[in-house]
Ligand binder design. Structure first.
Ligand code: TRP
Length: 447
């Protein structure tokens, strides 16, 4: 293969941390738990796990592979690889829709990142101490009803993201993930322990793992696949961009397995921490996007050492949200920087402001614009639904179809370092299983 066009990750570890830093975020804790609750539990969880393994893993590998082959940003990489393989320039659309998805996702992601910042502060000042479920619920409801509060925290979160991306210090943060991930896991284990002590752990376990298949509709299956894409940061080109910095010696499949296991473990732990609290307090699992904010503070407010644990938890959650948010802004900024005359700072500011504005529309849908509906969805839900259920799967489908059907066999062999049989198994996954999975789920979910 040609000499690498630009710098590489200093080590495989740095790469795993960067990829995990993007993957592990609000999606694992906030979004996973509320989707499980909304979709009726175990059936969703099991379909989600199947999607992660059968669709997520091959697409993650495919995105890294495309990135490492192409050595450019997602749009140029797709255009160039397509040209080299005598395919249509329209493949660049895969890169373009990825950048669009990043832009849309970050707008509502920042609103929730703001909630997390707000709850970090509330933990410090002991707001949750000794509160019961009703008062915790009122605190959350009060925040949602106040456009000014939501605006303040959304703005604070975006300023942090823009500040970090503008200064180009994202690499430094990624090594901080080395400390953050284990700390997050330990804290989740403490919370799971609290759930066990509450006596409602069995209920939570059954809710998450004993499926009632009658709850399984096309919509639930599509939601589960959307969650798999969202949580692994797939279908947006970010993993392609990371792949372009990846050394030849890194084994894509085993690295993907590591990232996926870490990501999935954190999500499942989050569920096992949150649902005992839901059942112990007679709360509703289908509470929606507020689920972690009306449950976890209850635990922190009523357990020994809860103030400090709560502070640590929301700080870590905010940090995880920031590393993911950075990975969402970065491709938008790079695209602007390359295609306009704007500088790095200018591109970061311009995209930050545009994302922030759309985020304002998203946060207003919790209060003054709650009646503004498109296809029956408020703006927040529309942004989330359109990206996770449509844009991400279609972009990911493009990536896997390209790798499965357009890349030469030699390229696949060189990239994966597999035996002939291994490549055949990979081809079955990449050509049939993963694409068919996406298409079937997609069609089932839309009809
Ligand atoms: N995966 C992140 C999370 O779980 C969110 C995220 C970051 C993302 N980059 C992405 C989602 C790209 C989709 C596409 O919180």
């Amino acid at each position: 293969m040609a000499k690498l066009a630009h710098a590489q990750w200093s080590s495989k570890m740095t790469f795993v941390l960067a990829a995990a830093g993007s993957a592990v975020g609000l999606g694992n804790i906030w979004r996973f738990s509320y989707m499980v609750g909304d979709s009726g539990g175990a059936a969703f969880v099991l379909v989600y796990l199947a999607c992660v393994a059968l669709v997520g893993l091959p697409i993650l590998v495919a995105e890294w592979m495309i990135g490492r082959r192409g050595q450019k940003n997602p749009i140029n990489t797709m255009a160039e690889l397509a040209a080299n393989h005598g395919k249509s320039p329209a493949w660049a659309l895969v890169g373009i829709s990825g950048v669009l998805a990043a832009f849309l996702i970050l707008s509502f992601y920042s609103v929730i990142g703001g909630w997390s910042l707000n709850y970090t502060l509330s933990s410090v000042i002991g707001t949750f101490n000794g509160q019961d479920a009703d008062s915790i619920g009122e605190l959350f409801g009060g925040m949602l009803e106040s456009p000014a509060t939501l605006l303040l925290w959304h703005t604070a979160f975006m300023v942090l993201v823009v500040g970090i991306v503008a200064r180009g210090v994202t690499k430094g943060l990624e090594s901080a993930a080395r400390l953050m991930m284990p700390a997050l896991i330990v804290l989740m284990l403490v919370l799971v322990g609290y759930g066990v002590a509450s006596g409602y752990f069995g209920e939570a376990l059954a809710f998450m793992f004993r499926p009632d298949w009658s709850a399984l509709t096309g919509g639930v299956v599509l939601a589960a696949m959307g969650q798999a894409f969202f949580t692994l940061s797939l279908g947006m080109g970010i993993m392609m961009a990371y792949g372009s910095y990846l050394g030849e010696d890194v084994n894509l499949i085993s690295t993907a397995r590591t990232v996926i296991i870490l990501d999935t473990a954190i999500a499942l732990l989050a569920g096992l921490a949150i649902f005992p609290i839901v059942f112990a307090n007679g709360l509703s699992a289908g509470e929606g996007p507020g689920l972690i904010f009306v449950t976890l503070p209850l635990a922190f407010g009523n357990m020994a050492g809860g103030t400090i644990l709560g502070l640590m938890f929301f700080l870590l959650l905010t940090f995880a949200a920031l590393t993911s948010a950075i990975s969402l802004l970065e491709p938008v900024v790079e695209t602007l920087e390359e295609r306009t005359s704007l500088s790095r700072i200018g591109s970061t500011l311009a995209s930050g402001i545009a994302v922030w504005l759309l985020g304002v529309a998203a946060l207003l849908s919790f209060n003054v614009w709650s009646e503004v509906l498109f296809f029956g969805l408020n703006i927040f839900d529309l942004l989330d639904t359109f990206t996770s259920k449509i844009l991400l799967p279609l972009t990911g489908l493009g990536a896997i179809v390209f790798v499965g059907w357009c890349l030469k066999r030699e390229s696949t062999e060189a990239e994966l370092g597999l035996s002939a049989t291994g490549v055949n198994v990979w081809n079955i996954l990449a050509r049939y299983v993963a694409p068919a999975g996406v298409i079937v789920v997609f069609v089932a979910g839309l009809i």
